[in-house]
Design a protein around this ligand. Structure first.
Ligand SMILES: Nc1ncnc2c1ncn2[C@@H]1O[C@H](COP(=O)(O)OP(=O)(O)OP(=O)(O)O)[C@@H](O)[C@H]1O
Length: 340
């Protein structure tokens, strides 16, 4: 997917009004990883709200903090990470302050996660029908027969071929793509209000990836679920995300409605990510920063300044504002790129 190739015709219309109360409100989330002598701040005050039914793409390079954010939203940062600040307000309650039994009730019922490597998620000793049904029995409190009926229905929804037969299959009898569909079925069977998809299709071949992504987007819309869709591939988010947040070094660098992000990207880091997927040598030359061009940036300035091709002295000295460039379009930059 290249920036040059993306036009508004490629993008489905917006489905979500942003004026209602958010379903999920992440406020100033801070996560540290303790080290031998000091700790490293991996999330540096991330704030992001998700409207009911909205699909938000979260993109960034490896190490940006995407998985740490996904897991911290659920109150379980990857060990030994610790949440040291902020709130995650979901349906009016701060998830991070809930007692563990309450949290467990929410996870799987109102909040669901789809992760890559589905085989690791599935129990190898249980048929997939029983595994999916178990989710409904635990979280919806339905009996075994009704749970199996729901499981068969959701297997049909995720387009597993011959679902009646697959109900009795074990995980090792499924292809990687089919196993991922089963994990999606488990995530959706309780009609969650919010789904986190963390790089869910990485490791699958490209054709299967695109089928599963379109399925995930369509099912989230059918179920009215909001979704945080995490990926390293910014191009994917053009197809079905309503808004896109760009994460770098544990901070949101740019947040925008999809059209704005692809047609009028403002942060040099976003331009670098788009250039990496572009076929335009001019775009790549202007915005790509080779690995050897990376420099450490002083903590008091912009964290991207050391890699930024348009950085000025002020960028290393002063924190940039998270400025609203146009309605709903924000960039953490002293010199956001103008497309006038
Ligand atoms: N177990 C750990 N111990 C110490 N630091 C960690 C640990 N796990 C992650 N980190 C730090 O947190 C940062 C963010 O990691 P995270 O896995 O959230 O990034 P990511 O954007 O999801 O990357 P990827 O796309 O590769 O999954 C890393 O750069 C790393 O420095």
């Amino acid at each position: 997917m290249s920036q040059a190739a993306v036009t508004s015709e490629h993008m489905p219309p917006h489905r979500v009004a942003t004026a209602t109360a958010p379903l999920v409100d992440i406020r100033g989330l801070e996560v540290d990883f303790p080290g031998a002598s000091d700790s490293k701040r991996v999330l540096k005050g991330v704030s992001l709200s998700v409207q009911p039914g909205e699909i938000i793409g979260l993109v960034g390079e490896s190490g940006a903090g995407k998985t740490t954010l996904a897991r911290s939203i659920l109150g379980v940062p990857p060990a030994p990470g610790k949440i040291v600040g902020g709130e995650v307000v979901f349906e009016g309650r701060n998830i991070l302050a809930l007692p563990e039994p309450e949290l467990r009730k929410l996870r799987g019922r109102r909040l669901s996660v789809v992760v890559p490597n589905p085989r690791a998620e599935l129990n190898p000793t249980m048929t997939i029908g029983r595994q999916i049904a178990a989710m409904a029995q635990i979280h919806l409190g339905v009996g075994r027969k009704e749970a199996l009926r729901l499981a068969l229905g959701i297997l049909r929804d995720v387009q597993i071929p011959d679902p009646e037969r697959r109900m009795n299959a074990y995980p090792h009898e499924l292809s990687g793509g089919m196993a991922q569909r089963v994990v999606i079925a488990m995530a959706l069977i309780c009609n969650p209000a919010f789904i986190i998809s963390d790089d869910a299709t990485s490791g699958l071949d490209v054709t299967v990836q695109s089928q599963i992504l379109s399925l995930l987007g369509r099912l989230a819309a059918d179920h009215g679920s909001a979704m945080l869709f995490i990926t390293r591939d910014i191009g994917i988010t053009a197809h079905f995300c309503d808004r896109v947040a760009v994460l770098y070094g544990g901070e949101i660098m740019e947040l925008a409605p999809r059209e704005d992000l692809f047609l009028r990207p403002a942060h040099p880091y976003t331009l670098m990510l788009l250039a990496a997927f572009s076929h335009s040598p001019a775009l790549r030359d202007a915005w790509s920063v080779p690995e050897t061009g990376r420099r450490r940036t002083q903590a008091k300035g912009c964290h991207y300044a050391g890699r930024c091709p348009i950085a000025q002295p002020v960028c290393s000295e002063k924190r940039p504002p998270f400025a609203e460039i146009s309605p709903g379009h924000f960039a953490l930059c002293h010199f956001p790129v103008s497309h006038e």
